[in-house]
Structures are given as C-alpha cells and as structure tokens.
Design a protein around this ligand. Structure first.
Ligand SMILES: Nc1ncnc2c1ncn2[C@@H]1O[C@H](COP(=O)(O)OP(=O)(O)O)[C@@H](O)[C@H]1O
Ligand SMILES: O=P(O)(O)OC[C@H]1O[C@](O)(COP(=O)(O)O)[C@@H](O)[C@@H]1O
Length: 425
C-alpha cells in the first residue's frame, strides 16, 4: 500500500547524490521490552499464530483434522462449540458462581453470560442468507463446575513473547483468587516442558502485584518440548484440575492435545486457552492483547527512520516490522504515523521492476520529495527472493523461519539507487 504522495519543490533542486538507505538501529533507543519489534534475530524465536500455520498446513494438506464439535440449528445456524468436561463426565455437579457474592453483582442487570449466547463469525449477512458459523461466547456463567476450595489451577506461557503476558498472568491469579476464592495457583516455568522438567512457583495476588509493569513473562517460555503424556502425568501427579495456557497457535494446538489426553483418562481437568498474538490476526475477537503496544512502538521506529531519511538527500528510511503472515502491525503503524510512503505487507504481493513496481515508485517519491520511508512487514515479499537465498529451516516448534526481507530490500534498493543516480535530473 502506498500513501498519497507529498509534493515539495525538491524536484527543482540540483541532482542530489543518492544517500545510503538508513535502516535505523533503534535497539539502543528503545526500552528493552520492545526491541523485538525491529529485529528479533537474537531473541527466542517467536511464534506464528494459528491463522498462519493453520493456513499453511491447510494449503499443504498436512493439517491434522481434529474433531470439531458442531451443533446445527435452524436457518443454516452452525455452532462450532468448545469441548467441555461435561462431554465425557455428564453427571458432574454444578455450583452457584461465587461472583454472585461480588458487590458489583446486584447492580448489574445481565451479569452472567447466557449459556446460549454465541458470537457470529460474519457480521454482515443477507436477510435471506444462512445464519452461518457461530462460536460459544466467553464469560462467567451462573453455574460453575468447581467449588472454590477444590480448585488447583496452573498457568503456563508458551511460544513467542508478546506485550501484556504478565498482565494476563496477573489477571488470572487475581481473578481466581479475589473473585472466585481460589487459593492454590501454580506457575509452570519455562513453557510446556516446565510441566515435567522445571520448577513450579506458587502464585498469589501479592506475588504478582507488580508484574504487569515488566516485559516478557515471569514464568518464562519455550518452543518445542510438548510431551503430552509427561505433561498429563504431571497434571495428574500434582492434582491440578484447571490448566490455563497462554500462547499462540502452537500453544493452543498443544492445549488441545492435552485436553484430548485428559478426556481419554477421564480426568476432571479443565484446559483453558488464552489466545496470544502480537499480530492481531484472530477473527472473531475484538483485539488481541499486545497489538496496541506493538503499533505504538512501531511508530517510534518509523518516526526515527523518517528523521534520518529527511536529513539526507534522497534518504530512504526502511523499517522492518513484525508480521510473518499478517500485516496489521505494519498497516496500523503506517496509518497512524502519516510519515510512511510505502507499506509492504504479506497479504499483498509486490514486485520491483516495471510499471507499478517498487523501483518506479521510489524513483518518483525521491524526485518529488527528496526522501521517503518504507515500512515492510517481516513476511512481505518472501516469494520474491526465496529462490535466490537459502531456506532458513524451522524453529523448535516447527515454525518456518523467514528470510530477512529488510536486508534483501535494502541491498536491492541501494544497488538500484546507484543506477538511478545516473539519470536523475
Ligand atoms: N501440534 C502441536 N501439538 C502439540 N504441541 C504443539 C503443537 N504445535 C506447537 N506445540 C507446542 O506449543 C508450544 C508453542 O508453540 P510455538 O509454535 O512455538 O508458539 P506459539 O504458541 O506462540 O505459536 C511449543 O512448546 C510447541 O512444542
Ligand atoms: O521470532 P520470529 O520467528 O522472528 O517470529 C516473528 C514472527 O512472530 C510473529 O510475531 C507472530 O507472533 P504471535 O504469536 O505473537 O502472533 C510475527 O509477526 C513475526 O513476524
């Protein structure tokens, strides 16, 4: 996507010499927690969200087909339901929700989520059309399946980092403790392998009080190491009955197989997945946590690139942002910043040469404006150079590692600029 051109009188200036592309190194300037936005090659490999790998696997035909719990209704209504304890333990007793003792309870009209509430996949439908796919609405129910003093919960964070992980951990601990009267909450350290290979820590509202001010996850995270049997053995040995998994698509697939094993063993263990993606590429939910921070931080990088580009004749600021398979961070940061001339995202293929190509556009912007800022999402243009560079392989969780579009593009543009300088007016 290219933003509208800004016109200046730069074109009337004497022919400037092309400046090298400024790829601002903001690592030193940004708070530690945000370095990954710019270049995270030296940080633990980050995840791919379900839409990424699921899409890829669906395309390669390698996707496992888990059984989906479908409930058909009238007029084409289909509920894609969540697997639940009561599917295989039908006679479980239920209890009234302790939230009824919450001071807020009496003053709010519709306090609990109606068990039949669903969220529809498509907002826009035709009046005569089918009602389409729906999903179970999340939120507190009037009746619950655990008594407060029976609950032994655990929390694990897996896969890539995302701003807000500690806030989510804190909210689970404080919510369980203060609102549901739960006293036993374990933190599993180091991701899935922590169930069988690491220590656990007791989590209390006091111990998590300040953690939301820190980046990363206080529990640590990891890729790979999902040994379902060992994990469920550990859950059984520790008499855990609620498992909260905070993580991306890989983590949620892991949570699903844990639940399938729990079901196979007939255990009364609830497994809850809290979706994490910095990319905000999950349909149905309003916004994924961490996305706003990412966009905000990205704008700082763009701003710095703009300052550098503006200070050099024919300066180009090239900012590589996160986004393997989705350009939301790049796109939103571009729209918010107003300093970006061109935004390249994975969803929209681009090419270099010829009419409508990137080179022509760069030449025009430099002629018109004397400098420009390009934002490129990490996954943009991969097809363009995949053949000329060596494939990078996979990370420990099986996510494909991407080639560095930032480096490739800056080299390409630098070479082109040298040629371009030959025929600048
Ligand atoms: N299909 C799967 N089955 C079981 N575990 C999985 C699966 N895919 C990923 N995992 C596990 O989930 C964890 C996180 O996955 P990863 O892809 O690294 O990050 P993310 O959850 O952020 O996508 C890893 O420990 C990985 O081993
Ligand atoms: O650590 P890596 O492999 O460079 O991961 C980078 C990729 O992970 C992502 O951040 C996705 O992670 P999420 O799990 O937060 O959605 C992409 O946007 C990004 O391009």
């Amino acid at each position: 996507m290219a933003s509208p051109s800004r016109t200046t009188d730069a074109a009337t200036d004497p022919a400037p010499t092309p400046a090298p592309i400024a790829v601002p190194s903001l690592r030193a300037r940004l708070p530690h927690a945000h370095h990954h936005l710019l270049d995270r090659r030296d940080t633990p490999r980050r995840p791919a969200w379900w839409s990424e790998r699921a899409t890829r696997e669906a395309m390669d035909g390698t996707a496992a087909k888990p059984e989906t719990k479908l409930v058909a209704g009238e007029a084409g209504y289909v509920l894609e339901d969540v697997p639940h304890l009561s599917d295989y333990l039908p006679d479980l007793p239920t209890y009234s929700n302790p939230l009824q003792d919450n001071p807020a309870y009496s003053v709010v009209k519709q306090y609990f989520v109606n068990p039949d509430d669903t969220v529809c996949q498509k907002i826009v439908v035709h009046k005569g059309g089918a009602r389409g796919n729906h999903f179970r609405r999340a939120g507190p129910r009037q009746r619950v399946y655990f008594e407060s003093d029976e609950v032994h919960a655990c929390i694990v964070t897996c896969g890539g980092l995302c701003p807000g992980l500690n806030t989510v951990i804190r909210e689970i601990v404080c919510g369980l403790s203060d609102m549901y009267g739960v006293t036993k909450i374990l933190g599993i350290q180091g991701g899935y392998r922590g169930f069988y290979a690491c220590n656990t820590i007791n989590l209390t509202p006091k111990s998590v009080n300040d953690i939301h001010k820190r980046g990363g996850t206080i529990l640590g995270s990891s890729r790979g190491g999902h040994d379902t049997m060992k994990i469920v053995d550990s859950i059984q040995d520790r008499v855990i009955n609620q498992v909260y998994v905070i993580g991306g698509d890989g983590s949620q697939r892991g949570a699903r197989v844990i639940f399938e094993e729990v079901r196979r063993r007939g255990l009364k263990v609830a497994v809850a997945g809290i979706p994490k993606t910095i990319d905000n590429d999950i349909p149905v939910i309003d916004k994924s946590f961490g996305f706003d921070s990412a966009v905000e931080e990205a704008q700082r990088a763009i701003n710095a690139a703009h300052v550098e580009a503006e200070s050099a004749e024919n300066g180009i600021g090239l900012v590589k942002l996160m986004g393997r398979y989705s350009g939301f961070i790049a796109h939103y940061a571009t729209l918010a910043s107003r300093d970006v001339d061109c935004c390249l995202i994975p969803e929209s293929p681009f090419y270099l040469e010829g009419e409508g190509g990137l080179y022509r556009y760069i030449e025009k912007r430099l002629k018109d404006n004397g400098h420009m800022v390009i934002v490129v999402a990490e996954g943009a243009g991969q097809k363009l150079f995949a053949e000329t560079m060596k494939a990078m392989g996979q990370d420990a969780s099986g996510n494909a590692l991407l080639l560095d579009v930032g480096l490739w593009l800056s080299q390409k543009i630098n070479v082109r600029l040298l040629e371009f300088s030959l025929y600048l007016p």
